[in-house]
Design a binder for this molecule. Structure first.
Ligand SMILES: NC(=O)C1=CN([C@@H]2O[C@H](COP(=O)(O)OP(=O)(O)OC[C@H]3O[C@@H](n4cnc5c(N)ncnc54)[C@H](OP(=O)(O)O)[C@@H]3O)[C@@H](O)[C@H]2O)C=CC1
Ligand SMILES: O=C(O)[C@@H]1CCC=N1
Length: 274
């Protein structure tokens, strides 16, 4: 039986997930998105053929699953608005918001509801997402499978048993696409400085990243070994990699991911304890 999925919010993350679902064959008639922004809704309807409304309450009435995809600072108000309806219809609640604890969502929605908290990422839009999931104790096996199907339609799914591990997942894969986009920017700029046309430098950088990721995914060898295979002794790569190590690239990643996880904890305090 096809379950009706309603997205509250129609921005980057909602469109990435629902777009991926439609592309993977999920019924468009069974997807609704709600947002105050009519032009955003019209664009989603045009692109994916899904149902849209500006009324959050109307949107959740028929939903088996409600995906909360608004900014963390708006979450309490949105949940409070939906409280009465979801207490009647009792859908599975799925939140993509960084930092907002499952028990805060459940409390704001009136209590005693199955809540899955997830940390997806924007490559879901092209079916290559990576998503961490945590279920509160009220989520049953069928709802867990439903959440796996929903997010699995747009990429890799990893369940965690401890909610705090979603902070680590935010630091690695939730925010992670931005780190790689930054590297693409830097490599393109470096290529231009070395004399390549910008478009050519970009294509080469992106293809190299995609090839390296695909190779690492398909290989039995560790990334460390694969890196060694490129580094001919006394050759060009060895010199480049030494420069990156001397520039403390590993330390920079440790600090960046630590800062990211710390910000997720702060957001739980800032927006979750209301
Ligand atoms: N972007 C990312 O890479 C990731 C984001 N997340 C999480 O996803 C959530 C959404 O982020 P993102 O998609 O980037 O944000 P966006 O700002 O792109 O999307 C938020 C959407 O919510 C809409 N909105 C605002 N107020 C309401 C309301 N009262 N009722 C319904 N919809 C409303 C916005 O409309 P309008 O534009 O008119 O304000 C917009 O469509 C956040 O909680 C974030 O932590 C998680 C993982 C990755
Ligand atoms: O930057 C943010 O807060 C969101 C959560 C993970 C990716 N984007």
């Amino acid at each position: 039986m096809t379950r009706h999925i309603t997205f509250i919010g129609a921005g980057n993350m909602a469109s990435a997930i629902l777009g991926g679902m439609v592309d993977s064959g999920y019924s468009r008639e069974a997807i609704t998105a709600s947002s105050p922004d009519e032009s955003q809704l019209a664009a989603l309807h045009e692109r994916f053929g899904i149902q849209t409304t500006t009324s959050n309450v109307d949107a959740v009435k028929q939903a088996d699953v409600v995906v909360l995809a608004v900014k963390p600072q708006l979450m309490k108000d949105v949940c409070t608005e939906l409280h009465g309806t979801v207490q009647d219809t009792r859908p599975l609640i799925v939140s993509v918001a960084a930092g907002i604890p499952a028990d805060a969502l459940e409390r704001w929605l009136g209590g005693d509801l199955p809540v899955v908290r997830c940390m997806p990422n924007t490559p879901s839009l092209v079916g290559s997402g990576a998503c961490g999931l945590f279920a509160n104790p009220r989520v049953d096996a069928d709802q867990r499978d439903l959440a796996t199907t929903l997010l699995g339609a747009v990429g890799l799914v990893e369940w965690v048993d401890e909610e705090s591990l979603l902070e680590a997942i935010t630091a690695i894969s939730g925010s992670g696409p931005a780190y790689f986009f930054l590297v693409f920017e830097a490599l393109e700029a470096a290529g231009v400085k070395l004399g390549l046309p910008a478009d050519s430098a970009r294509r080469l950088a992106l293809q190299t990243a995609a090839g390296a990721a695909r190779m690492a995914q398909q290989s039995d060898q560790s990334p460390e070994r694969l890196k060694r295979n490129v580094m001919s002794p006394g050759g060009t790569t060895e010199r480049a990699v030494h420069c990156l190590e001397d520039a403390h690239l590993r330390q920079a990643f440790l600090e960046a991911t630590d800062a990211c996880a710390q910000r997720a904890r702060e957001m739980a305090e800032e927006f979750g304890n209301r």
